[in-house]
Write a protein that binds this ligand. Structure first.
Ligand code: HEC
Ligand code: HEC
Length: 194
């Protein structure tokens, strides 16, 4: 049976906005939750927590994966199956979730990370992370939230910026290139506890 287009259109106009959010929740539940957790608080250390991250940042990363500007075997394969018109709704869904706190395992290492985060390293030209990511690590639309993130994920991103594997932003690439492996470890430990 053919339904006249105009009646479908008027039906769409009558649907409450909450149904569209429910839509994204469905994709989040059936597709993304396996790795990122139902509320965006992944429990797998190599998979980022998305809860509470800025929507615009999440949207940029989804587009970067879809366009091949950022690559990860798991994430790139998944994003190819998602309609790009759903990206904004997915970003909004995760942006609204409450982020679960991370866990510091080595207080001494975290203390070293704190100094670097707040002051940088003037000898090697590492800028203070706080200058962009905010002193509480909560970030904003331009500079992503780092607070509470899994150590393993943060560490991998810093290594990927350093090696050039992740080249989604020239500012962060230049920061990554200046960090030593030890500094990156201390920073990942510190931001997990923010
Ligand atoms: C099979 C596991 C898997 C599934 C399913 C998956 N992801 Fe991911 N996702 C990952 C991994 C692993 C990364 C980290 C990639 C890297 O190391 O750069 C990631 C990264 C991301 C990022 C970047 C976060 C940041 O902080 O930059 C976003 C956004 C994201 N995923 C959204 C989604 C959405 C939305 C879905 C569902 C449509 C989804 N993912 C499904 C594994 C998965
Ligand atoms: C000049 C501004 C600036 C400074 C300083 C800066 N960052 Fe960033 N950072 C960014 C931007 C912009 C992004 C998003 C890049 C992108 O889209 O790939 C980012 C992304 C990141 C990410 C990836 C987050 C994710 O969810 O995938 C990590 C980790 C990170 N920064 C850590 C740090 C650390 C640690 C420092 C301090 C040593 C630092 N940044 C200093 C601008 C900055």
């Amino acid at each position: 049976m053919r339904v006249p287009t105009h009646s479908l259109l008027s039906l769409a106009l009558l649907l409450p906005a909450s149904l569209f959010a429910a839509d994204a929740q469905e994709t989040a539940r059936t597709v993304c939750a396996a790795c990122h957790g139902i509320d965006g608080n992944s429990t797998e250390p190599a998979t980022p927590k998305l809860a509470g991250m800025d929507q615009e940042y999440l949207m940029r990363q989804l587009k970067a994966f879809a366009a091949g500007r950022r690559h990860d075997d798991a994430m790139s394969a998944i994003i190819a199956t998602v309609d790009s018109s759903d990206f904004a709704k997915l970003a909004a869904y995760y942006g609204l979730q409450r982020p679960a706190p991370g866990k510091v395992r080595d207080a001494q290492l975290a203390a070293r990370g704190r100094t670097l985060f707040e002051d940088g390293n003037t000898d090697t030209g590492v800028p203070a992370c706080a200058g962009c990511h905010q002193s509480d690590g909560k970030g904003n639309a331009r500079f992503p939230r780092l607070a509470g993130q899994h150590q393993a994920y943060t560490l991998k991103q810093l290594a990927d910026y350093k090696s050039g594997r992740r080249a989604t932003d020239p500012l962060m690439t230049s920061v990554g290139k200046r960090l030593t492996a030890d500094e990156a470890k201390a920073l990942a430990e510190y931001v997990a506890g923010l």
